[in-house]
Design a protein around this ligand. Structure first.
Ligand code: SF4
Length: 257
């Protein structure tokens, strides 16, 4: 990933004697800091929250539904739709009609997921599994949506996506979130993943690549350097190129729109 060495060069490591006390870092925090360090400060230090949107509520509802369905060993579409009704997040909709429209979208997504799962020959080994592993003075944490064991015994780390912005295989190979989850499985859970997948539930489609430990090592360097920057906490510059898509742009005084 050519941009990682460049980023590390622009953000040099602290001197040994200035080594910071450790912080906990997750993929969401890493992404937030890389998008805009000021956004990181607002979200994780000042505790600002973005309001739910229809898309974010649907995403959370689908994630919760899939976890509840698999944990209860559901085996029918009716059970899946029942879990959906129970896990539905009501926030973020301007009126009941819009909420119903999004609820129906979710039902269609789950039908596609159910059909795709019929073809799946793997068994589920872990669901919504939390991991931690130390990195220098810091601690990396995360939650993996799912790890499957394939018929040949190899393990596949899976992250569910409810949107339709499908990544190519090349993009998935360098996906920071999946590489961190691969590391989490290996370093935090003590299992050796062979595959990393983004599972587009709305399409019943997965994009799968081999787990590349070399790329993961590079991500470790990035994680540690970002954690150092956060722990030192000296500056959180605003990054205006991200303002248009930032969920805080209606309140942030540094926003450039
Ligand atoms: S609105 Fe812009 S400057 Fe403010 S936090 Fe978001 S990305 Fe950063």
């Amino acid at each position: 990933m050519s941009w990682i060495p460049e980023w590390l060069e622009k953000n040099p490591a602290p001197k040994k004697q200035a080594r910071p006390v450790g912080v906990e870092i997750s993929y969401s925090q890493l992404r937030c800091y890389l998008e805009c360090p000021w956004q990181f400060k607002l979200r994780y230090k000042d505790r600002w929250r973005s309001a739910h949107t229809p898309a974010s509520s649907l995403g959370v509802s689908i994630h919760r539904t899939l976890e509840a369905y698999h944990r209860s060993h559901g085996a029918s579409l009716d059970e899946l739709q029942q879990a959906y009704e129970e896990c539905w997040v009501h926030e973020g909709f301007p009126d009941p009609a819009t909420q119903m429209e999004w609820y129906r979208k979710g039902e269609d997504i789950l039908e596609k997921f159910f059909e795709a799962e019929k073809e799946c020959e793997s068994s589920i080994e872990y669901l919504e599994r939390e991991f931690f592993f130390p990195l220098g003075p810091h601690m990396v944490r995360g939650i993996v949506d799912r790890i499957d064991k394939r018929p040949d015994g190899t393990l596949e780390v899976i992250d569910y996506k409810s949107h339709l912005d499908v990544k190519t295989e090349d993009e998935v190979k360098t996906n920071l979130q999946l590489l961190i989850y691969g590391l989490g499985a290996q370093e935090g859970m003590g299992v050796e993943p062979s595959w990393l997948s983004l599972y587009y539930v709305a399409l019943g489609k997965k994009v799968t690549v081999g787990y590349n430990r070399e790329a993961a090592e590079e991500v470790l360097q990035l994680l540690e350097r970002v954690a150092d920057c956060i722990a030192l906490g000296k500056k959180f510059p605003a990054e205006p190129s991200f303002c248009v898509s930032c969920g805080l742009n209606d309140r942030c005084t540094m926003a450039v729109l």
